[in-house]
Ligand binder design. Structure first.
Ligand SMILES: [Zn+2]
Length: 67
C-alpha cells in the first residue's frame, strides 16, 4: 500500500514521510488530496515555479485541494 504524502496548501511542497507540518509554513494547512508532482531544481529558470510562486528547489504538487 503506497503512502500518500502530505502537501502544504500554501507552497505546494510535498512533505516527507510522516511529516504533516510544512517547515516553511508551519501555520498552513496540509492536504492528502493533490495531483501531479514536479521537481523544481532551479526555480528562477522554471515557468512552473513562477506560476506556483515557488522560490526554493524541491518536490511540489501541481494541484492541492483543501476541504
Ligand atoms: Zn508550505
Amino acid at each position: 500500500m503506497a503512502k500518500v504524502p502530505y502537501v502544504c496548501s500554501e507552497c505546494h511542497l510535498v512533505l516527507e514521510d510522516g511529516v504533516d507540518v510544512c517547515p516553511r509554513n508551519p501555520d498552513a494547512r496540509v492536504s492528502l488530496e493533490h495531483q501531479g508532482y514536479v521537481i523544481i531544481m532551479n526555480p528562477s529558470r522554471s515557468e512552473i515555479a513562477k506560476r506556483l510562486k515557488i522560490d526554493q528547489p524541491g518536490k511540489y504538487a501541481l494541484k492541492v485541494s483543501v476541504r
